[in-house]
Design a protein around this ligand. Sequence first.
Ligand SMILES: Cc1cc2nc3c(=O)[nH]c(=O)nc-3n(C[C@H](O)[C@H](O)[C@H](O)COP(=O)(O)OP(=O)(O)OC[C@H]3O[C@@H](n4cnc5c(N)ncnc54)[C@H](O)[C@@H]3O)c2cc1C
Length: 464
Amino acid sequence: MISCQSITIHRSFIGNVRHLVRTFMTQGFPNSSVSSLNEEQIKGKYDIIIAGGGMVGCTLACALGKNSVLQNMKILLLESSPNKKYDLKKEYSNRVVALNQNTKSLMNSLKVWEHVENMRLQPVRNMQVWDACSDALISFTSSDMMGDDIAYIVENDLLLHAVNTELTSPSVKNVQIVYGAKISGYKLTRETSDCNIVKLDNGDTYLCDLLIGADGANSAVRNAMGVQYLSWSYDQMGVVATLYLAEECENTTAWQRWLPQGPIALLPLDSKRSSLVWSTSIDHAKELLSLPEEQFVDSINDALWKEYPRNSAVERTLRWLQSARALPPSARAALRQSRAAFPLGFGHSTRYVAPAVALVGDAAHRVHPLAGQGVNLGFGDVKDLAQLLSDAVYQGLDITHHSWLEKYESVRQRHNVPTQLAVDLLHRLYTWQQPPVLWLRSVGLQLTHAAEPLKKLIMTQAST
Ligand SMILES: Cc1cc2nc3c(=O)[nH]c(=O)nc-3n(C[C@H](O)[C@H](O)[C@H](O)COP(=O)(O)OP(=O)(O)OC[C@H]3O[C@@H](n4cnc5c(N)ncnc54)[C@H](O)[C@@H]3O)c2cc1C
């Protein structure tokens, strides 16, 4: 009788033998594009090169490196910034992300989550979103998530450090990282039997079978693929800062108020501090950055509390649907030098794959931060791509097998595109101030608030 385990060994053995033969062939008999290169500049040949070591690229390197089926793959991660030493400071960083349950489970499987927990994170157990131009609101609690936390607020650099701690641990043996590696060009293969060529600005050159672009919204890998990229700017900037609250509290609620120029959100950090993400017009963002600290804090409190003109038709309808609104905290001060602003835009790459190339994270898709989905979508890409590559090798196929890469594209686009469109629609609904739109969104929000199954459905979509 053949056991499941022997099938596993057999299949991944075939995959790995095929891979060794291919490595030998490309090293022994260089293909046409490789033969034209200066040999001294070729620093190595890898099975997989990941271009970009941000949160998504590093997590992908860690997921591939920890996958037992892929243990014979030589993987290289190239990151342009230097390898910075991380110190957990007393003060919080101004860049944070809200991580959903799906991301937590990925990080748990990679043993990254325990590093995050050993440093710091703040659970979000309640969430309230309300309209400044009407009394409409929607709120969520852990019970809409079957008792799970809604999200976790984690600093970007802390998460990256936690991922890198695992990536550089003895449990990962086949991933090499080069920091300060600014990639200046790619020569992509048109055939999967050929190699991709990755060139750094210092002339160093690397070859690989599979190239993965994790190089962010302005992805040069995506440009080299020559795929269509649908994008637009929201003509908004996201102003961020670390805030001290006027009063200490449990602080496990995420607050978001929709103002005519865009949403202001307070994400909990600890009992005394919250992180600000205020999406607003570019001129207003610049003004907020230049205000003296006291006026900046006053603007935040105004944005959270100020009464805006009301529409009587909306008021009349909402009277029938009224529900209690919790009061948000006020800010007392902003941490010095924590203010910064980032341009906000939408981006969708019509293709996530090309022969022997794949895109992950912001390189493939970019969303408005109003729903805290951006990096969570990227971590979803990581989970699915690592699984599909491992399945391909397990079946005895090459990691560049096109139908498996296409499966990755199809699975991810089916999840990412509807989420991106829903976030974009929300943004539009809340920036249009015409009375019929205001009526529709206020009543729609209030009805959704009352419909428990619909709320659960929204939370399920947002956490996967
Ligand atoms: C204000 C704001 C708030 C946000 N809040 C949330 C939130 O709450 N939840 C959420 O899920 N998402 C949030 N996001 C989105 C999230 O920050 C992004 O989705 C995430 O950072 C994308 O990660 P990435 O690794 O794909 O890309 P990036 O972070 O852009 O990383 C790309 C990496 O590639 C490297 N690179 C680029 N070019 C080269 C090159 N030529 N050579 C070598 N290396 C290169 C870069 O140095 C970088 O390290 C927010 C975004 C903003 C602006």
